[in-house]
Design a protein around this ligand. Structure first.
Ligand code: GTP
Length: 532
């Protein structure tokens, strides 16, 4: 049963579909791993980079603002005069702690044309105290490192007009500009540096500007990439590394993001995947259903249809009316069956009938005889047989020729067949010019009467036989035997007895009928012809 199922089309198709499904799943996994997830990560990376660029843009705005403010102060006649020592009231007029706090400055440093400190003002990040000095001493000692860096920068690039990041805690935005007259005529008389700390206040400004949480940290060592993205669960921590002056230290400007876009894409992908899987299963189910309906079920009907080969074909079968391949196959089978049946019938006819006269042949006669003998022995009914032989048929042939002999045989056979049908017995051509008849439920006496009817019918034909010593027309001699008479207990015994009776009829001058009696058993046997 299991083996039959495993060989069935249904199983093979199911196995093939399962294979295809498995292949599709493997392809999907590979596709997800190598194409879809990398694409989602790339997209997420692009989103994160864009967010970082927003923060960097905020930093750039700070740079530009501070640079503009430095430039505004540096290219001004008052500053120009002040840095040359010609404007003593400059500091009182322009500097105050309130101004520093409002402008978020940590330090303003003025250098003269020689690069020496001219004036310093700033708020000490350690204690929040505001001081102004002429040199890096006492309250302004905390500015020392910064001032030295600025002086190094001036030496390196006297043109300045730039904004840079200085390392520190917190890191600083430092904008510098050479000092000129308001109309920028004449030589530069020094440099002005403005310093803004990247403190909590600056960070909250950036957060307001970008709408992103912003973090700042100093990097230990130097990062290879400009950007670092770390993912923990559903959170992304992204950092942009910025180089400071002059130590080439790095600070990291970072933000923390929820993986909203990635998770939404992932959710969409899972949703699509789920529906694709459902659809695939639905399609497979439908394909199987259609396969069952369109192919397997008709095939099953076709199979049982072809198994009707031994029985009658149902002409009204819906299979025969189908216009598809199965219908064509069914009609081909039907034609084949019909042809087969026809051939079988022809074969049976050929193997059981004599081709010349159309009468049953010896084979069929012997088969029937066995059956009627059995039946008679079972029922106890009488059974007689006749052996009929055309008289002097050799002379007929010799005189009229073989073809005429055939015609004669046919006519005699036809006549005797009609008599047998009329009297309800069976007659066969069992030899060349020899016929045999079996008469169930008929005694020898009754058979004798029927033999006379036969002989009479042949006589009535008046088929000419001029060379016959018996009559001028064709005549027959008949031997009769009855079952259960001594020497006629079996089919062959019965026929031998009839043959002996026929011999006796021949011996008695022909054109007569004789019934077998055991006394005939010792007479010589006839040598009548037999057909194979
Ligand atoms: N035309 C024709 N002749 C056949 C056929 N079968 C047998 N014969 C002939 O039938 C003849 C039988 O001859 P015999 O056995 O000598 O018997 P008979 O001449 O009839 O003599 P008796 O039977 O003694 O009266 C032979 O000449 C056979 O050739 C046949 O199919 N067609």
């Amino acid at each position: 049963m299991l083996q039959r199922f495993s060989r069935s089309l249904r199983f093979r198709f199911l196995a093939a579909l399962s294979g295809v499904l498995l292949l599709a799943l493997i392809s999907l996994v590979i596709l997800s791993k190598w194409v879809i997830f990398p694409a989602l990560h790339k997209e997420e990376h692009a989103v994160v980079t864009k967010e970082l660029e927003k923060i960097e843009a905020g930093l750039n705005v700070s740079h530009e603002t501070l640079l503009a403010q430095a430039r505004d102060w540096a290219i001004w006649d008052d500053t120009y005069e002040f840095v040359q020592g010609n404007y003593p009231g400059y500091t009182d007029t322009n500097f105050s702690q309130q101004m520093f706090e409002e402008m978020h400055y940590q330090l303003m440093a003025f250098f003269n044309a020689e690069g020496e400190v001219h004036f310093l003002a700033g708020i000490n990040p350690a204690n929040g105290q505001y001081h102004t000095c002429r040199s890096v001493e006492r309250e302004c000692r905390w500015m020392d490192g910064l001032v030295h860096t600025m002086q190094a920068s001036i030496k390196e690039d006297p043109l300045q007009r730039k904004s840079a990041l200085y390392a520190g805690s917190p890191p600083l935005i430092v904008a510098s500009n050479p000092i000129f007259r308001t109309d920028e005529s004449g030589p530069s008389q020094g440099w002005l540096f403005k310093v803004r700390p990247m403190d909590a206040d600056w960070l909250s400004t950036i957060e307001r500007y970008t709408g992103l949480p912003t973090m700042l940290s100093v990097v230990n060592g130097k990062e290879d990439n400009d950007i670092a993205i770390n993912i923990t669960g559903n959170t992304i921590f992204a950092q942009r590394f910025l180089t400071t002056y002059p130590s080439n230290e790095q600070i990291a400007l970072g933000t923390q993001l929820k993986r909203t876009s990635y998770l939404a894409s992932l959710e969409t992908f899972r949703y699509v995947l789920l529906w694709t899987a459902c659809l695939m299963l639905l399609v497979i189910g439908l394909v199987l259903l259609l396969l069952e309906r369109i192919i397997l079920k008709p095939l099953k009907i076709l199979t049982s249809f072809t198994q009707q080969i031994s029985g009658d074909i149902d002409e009204s079968s819906s299979l025969l009316k189908r216009g598809d391949e199965i219908g064509i196959l069914a009609r081909a089978f039907q034609n084949q069956f019909k042809r087969q049946q026809q051939l079988n019938a022809e074969l049976i006819q050929l193997s059981t009938h004599d081709p010349l006269t159309g009468l049953p042949n010896r084979r069929l006669f012997d088969q029937r005889l066995q059956e009627v003998v059995n039946n008679a022995q079972t029922t106890g009914q009488s059974l007689s047989v006749m052996m009929i032989d055309i008289d002097h048929f050799k002379l007929f042939n010799d005189h009229y020729g073989h073809p005429e002999g055939d015609i004669c045989l046919r006519r005699v056979a036809q006549t005797m067949h009609e008599v047998a049908t009329a009297h309800g017995f069976f007659i066969a051509r069992t030899g060349g010019e020899e016929f045999s008849a079996m008469l169930p439920a008929t005694s020898a006496t009754q058979a004798m009467e029927k033999s006379q009817a036969l002989s009479h019918a042949v006589d009535q034909l008046r088929h000419p036989h001029q060379v016959s010593p018996v009559a001028s027309y064709v005549t027959v001699s008949i031997g009769i035997s009855q079952l259960d008479i001594e020497g006629a207990m079996t089919p062959s015994g019965l026929m031998t007895a009839a043959d002996q009776a026929l011999y006796a009829a021949k011996a008695d001058g022909r054109h007569t009928a004789k019934v077998y009696t055991p006394s005939l058993a010792n007479t010589a046997f006839s040598s009548h012809n037999t057909l194979p």
